[in-house]
Structures are given as structure tokens and as C-alpha cells.
Ligand binder design. Structure first.
Ligand code: ATP
Ligand code: MG
Length: 260
């Protein structure tokens, strides 16, 4: 394995607006977001639909640029996508004409690194439990299976920054918990910076060394909570429950109504 690379990712006063084509209105997807993240952190991003979570990931991936402000890796502004920043999209995007195995090995092949790394592809197929489906095409898979393939297809590149947009959203509860542990194992082994969007507060706490809570209209960061607990975490521990209450309160679901 290559030596671990330490990176610092910064969002400096980042705003992103989208003009609506049919009217003169503008959507303020993000407003004045300031964040600093480092290798070794696992950042969970939570917040209501439309608060700009995917927009943050797409800015970091280099798929879009900010309206104002800067997104930088080690002080260098991000202007385009790079294999150093691997993205798993909210909707799984697999190549329909390639089998499970070839989808997973695709980027290694494009980089001329597949030869000698075939066992890595097989290991990833084992991790997601799709041994029997390795020669099947995406159209033959369930939504959850396709999502698992999309996930390991990014993990196999061992990017310095791993961007996960609700990577486990389509999975049943048990597969989801297994995959949470698999992602954590891979992240712990490599110590890269992982940034994961999730709608599931328990998942955010179970996996995150930091939970960033956002709100909408305009999209912004309202809270940045460090979770210094060791892994593996106990979902029923007192501290876990305390974090859950704190985050649900920030999301206005604290049990005392909308104004809690
Ligand atoms: N390409 C685009 N063109 C126009 N508006 C956009 C575009 N991308 C995002 N938006 C708007 O920006 C806001 C933030 O979108 P974003 O996809 O980042 O939200 P999100 O927090 O990921 O939501 P969800 O939880 O539903 O995935 C939304 O109001 C959305 O409609
Ligand atoms: Mg989204």
C-alpha cells in the first residue's frame, strides 16, 4: 500500500447559488460556509433535504465551482475532478454494459493498474457479498446491490479524500450495519479523509469523528460536533444517546416540538 498522504481540505467563505432557468429566482444552495478538514477524520454531514449537502460534496469533487469563496486541498484551489477525490453518488452510477467485476475494476484498468491487482477486485466483491453476481450486469442487480458495487468501485482507488453521498441509503438495516463496519475498516486502515452525507443520525454518530449539522434556506452549517469516542461504538451507550439528543435538537427534532 502507498504511504498515507496527509491532506488539509478547506472551504473558505463558500457560497453557491443556482439560477432557475424558467424564472429570475436564485437558489442559495450554500451561504458562507467555512470548514477545515484533515486526513484521518470521518466527517458525517446531516441536515434536511435541500440544505446543500450534495452541493458541498460536488464542490469538493471539483464537479462544480463556488459562486464566491474557495475550496482548496493543501492551499491549492480545486478546479477539476481528480482520482485523489473519489465520489460515491447519491444515485448509483454503474456502467450498464460492464459486469459487477468489470465495474469494480474499471478505474484500475483505466489507470493501467489492473494487472496484478485482480485479487483486490475479488476482495471487494467478497466484502459486499456479491460473489455469485460477479459476472452479472447492473440491470440484473437490486438497488442495494448496485449501491454496494458503486461504493467499492470508489474505495478500490484508495483516494486521499473519500466523498460519500448517502452511500448506504438503499440498503436494508442489516446490510447497512455491516457496510458501515466495512467502510470504517477501510477508512481506519488507510486513514484518509472521509466525508459522508447521511439522513440517519445514528449512522452519523456511529461512524463520524465529527458530525456537521446543516440547515436550509440558505444552506449553511449550524453546528460542528466532535465525537472523540473510540471505535467500535456502542449505539446504546449513554454518550451515544447524548450525542443523538444533541444532534436531533439542532435538527429541530428534539422531542419538544419544532422550537426545541
Ligand atoms: N444543478 C442545480 N441547478 C439548480 N439548483 C440546484 C442544482 N443543484 C442543487 N440545486 C439546489 O440547491 C439546493 C441544495 O441542493 P443539494 O442537492 O445540495 O441538497 P441536499 O442537501 O443534498 O438534499 P437531499 O438531502 O435531498 O439530497 C436545492 O434547493 C437544490 O434544488
Ligand atoms: Mg443530496
Amino acid at each position: 500500500m502507498e504511504a498515507k498522504k496527509n491532506v488539509v481540505l478547506t472551504l473558505e467563505n463558500v457560497s453557491k447559488s443556482f439560477a432557475k432557468v424558467e424564472t429570475d429566482e436564485v437558489t442559495h444552495a450554500l451561504n458562507c460556509v467555512d470548514l477545515t478538514m484533515h486526513s484521518g477524520e470521518f466527517i458525517s454531514l446531516v441536515g434536511p433535504s435541500g440544505c446543500g449537502k450534495s452541493t458541498i460534496l460536488r464542490l469538493i469533487a471539483g464537479l462544480i465551482t463556488p459562486t464566491t469563496g474557495k475550496v482548496c486541498v493543501d492551499g491549492k484551489e480545486i478546479t477539476e475532478p481528480s482520482p485523489e477525490r473519489g465520489m460515491v453518488f447519491q444515485k448509483p452510477t454503474l456502467f450498464p454494459w460492464l459486469t459487477v467485476r468489470d465495474n469494480i475494476g474499471f478505474s484500475l484498468k483505466m489507470q493501467g493498474k489492473l494487472k496484478g491487482n485482480e485479487d483486490k477486485v475479488e476482495h471487494m466483491i467478497d466484502v459486499i457479498g456479491l460473489q455469485e453476481f460477479r459476472e452479472d450486469y447492473p440491470g440484473q442487480l437490486s438497488g442495494g446491490m448496485a449501491q454496494r458495487v458503486a461504493l467499492v468501485r470508489s474505495l478500490i482507488n484508495e483516494p486521499d479524500i473519500l466523498l460519500l453521498d448517502e452511500p448506504l441509503g438503499a440498503l436494508d438495516a442489516f446490510t447497512r450495519m455491516n457496510m458501515q463496519d466495512e467502510i470504517l475498516k477501510i477508512w481506519q486502515k488507510r486513514g484518509q479523509l472521509a466525508i459522508m452525507v447521511t439522513h440517519d443520525v445514528d449512522e452519523a454518530i456511529y461512524m463520524g469523528t465529527r458530525v456537521i449539522v446543516m440547515d436550509a434556506n440558505p444552506g449553511r452549517v449550524v453546528s460542528d460536533i466532535t465525537i472523540p469516542e473510540p471505535f467500535p461504538r456502542d449505539r446504546s451507550s449513554d454518550s451515544f444517546v447524548r450525542y443523538r439528543n444533541e444532534i436531533l435538537n439542532k435538527l429541530h427534532y428534539g422531542g419538544k416540538g419544532q422550537n426545541a
